[in-house]
Design a protein around this ligand. Structure first.
Ligand code: 13P
Ligand code: SF4
Length: 350
């Protein structure tokens, strides 16, 4: 595993073997040096590095001890025996690691790695929803901050949202904050969903209160940009392309795609199928990572859509995180205890 390698020649050769078809040598040479330094320090400091599937190819393929989607990384975070967790991902992911590991130090290499979904809802918003719909359980996407998780009954990720909703077995649920993920899950489970009116000063819903799901109007600033027109244009140019969409894309886009699933589910789909070309409607670096792992597969990319938050995580900043102990993720203990219940409940479901 390259995540344990501390010798430059071995690291450079290993990275070249994995990445020769997507990263030029000049970059590999530079990043192999950084990777060796990071791995040495990681060992010295008894740290573990978790890397989300959106990390750029050189980082993704060298320093993380574990890579995966949000669900897989929450599980790894819950199991680690290391003193320090360095999360190469965004802030809500680092917080989830801290929620599950209060005695460990959690470091996020960038203090600019937010998320438009996490910013879209506050703990006060959730309390207002609960007041309006008393007794209705709250399912919260992990792409939220700890105080929002603390107001919730259970969390979910894109990898288990349907299972979590079905596990509750209730007439109605509040599902926050992603409007599109909620719409996709409503369609998959056959439930009728309502949303608060956009821009209304108070929490207003359309008069039709015949609902089974109550959503929110948060959106991922990356996935909301993919359109039906993108799909039609790509299909016109590559008629046999397999199109995969993350469930944070709009229900119209996921319905017009060939597959929709979490980042890891999309990676597996490409590995296991035999289309002449693939297009993943998600952060562009993941297309690079799939191309690197499957050199015989033809990956198309729509790289005009990038996650500005995930892209702030660099190898240079990961090295500095370990050197300078930054940026420390802290969650107030009263919030952490309540948030941990909803995260643990999700992890127990599977
Ligand atoms: P996954 O849980 O599918 O990895 O997605 C996380 C995310 O932020 C997607 O934009
Ligand atoms: Fe958040 Fe979207 Fe970026 Fe994922 S891709 S971290 S949901 S802004």
């Amino acid at each position: 595993m390259l995540s344990q390698v501390t010798n430059f020649d071995e690291m450079y050769a290993g990275m070249k073997e994995k990445l020769a078809n997507v990263v030029p040598d000049a970059e590999l040479y530079y990043k192999a040096e950084l990777a060796v330094e990071i791995n040495k320090l990681k060992k010295e400091r008894n740290a573990v590095i978790l890397g989300h599937n959106y990390m750029e190819p050189a980082l993704f393929n060298s320093i993380p001890d574990f890579v995966g989607d949000s669900l897989e990384l929450s599980r790894k975070a819950a199991q680690t025996d290391k003193d320090i967790i360095v999360f190469c991902g965004v802030k809500f992911m680092g917080e989830t690691a801290k929620i599950l590991n209060p005695t460990k130090k959690v470091l996020l290499p960038s203090n600019r790695a937010g998320c438009s979904l996490a910013e879209s809802i506050t703990a006060a918003d959730v309390r207002a929803l609960k007041e309006k719909f008393p007794g209705v359980p709250v399912v919260t996407y992990v792409n939220t901050y700890a105080d929002v998780k603390a107001e919730s009954d259970i969390c979910c990720t894109s990898g288990n949202a349907k299972m979590v909703v079905e596990s509750l077995n209730t007439d109605s649920i509040i599902f926050i904050p992603d409007e599109y993920l909620a719409g996709n899950i409503a369609r998959e489970t056959g439930k009728h969903i309502i949303f608060p009116k956009r821009g209304a000063p108070n929490l207003e819903f359309a008069a039709d209160l015949d609902y089974q799901m109550i959503g929110w109007t948060g959106r991922c600033e990356v996935h909301e940009k993919f359109t039906l027109n993108d799909i039609e244009t790509v299909r016109a140019q590559f008629p046999e392309v397999a199109i995969l969409a993350h469930p944070e894309c709009s229900p119209e886009v996921t319905a017009a795609s060939d597959f929709s699933g979490s980042t890891t589910a999309m990676i597996k789909f490409v590995q296991d199928s035999k289309a002449p070309q693939y297009l993943v409607l998600t952060e562009c670096s993941m297309g690079d990572n799939i191309a690197a792992a499957n050199p015989e597969k033809d990956m198309l990319r729509l790289c005009m859509v990038r996650c500005p938050h995930m892209n702030t995580i660099t190898m240079e900043d990961t090295l500095n995180a370990l050197k300078l102990d930054r940026y420390i993720i802290d969650v107030p203990e009263d919030i952490r205890i309540r948030a941990a219940r909803s995260v643990q409940r999700m992890i127990e479901i599977g």
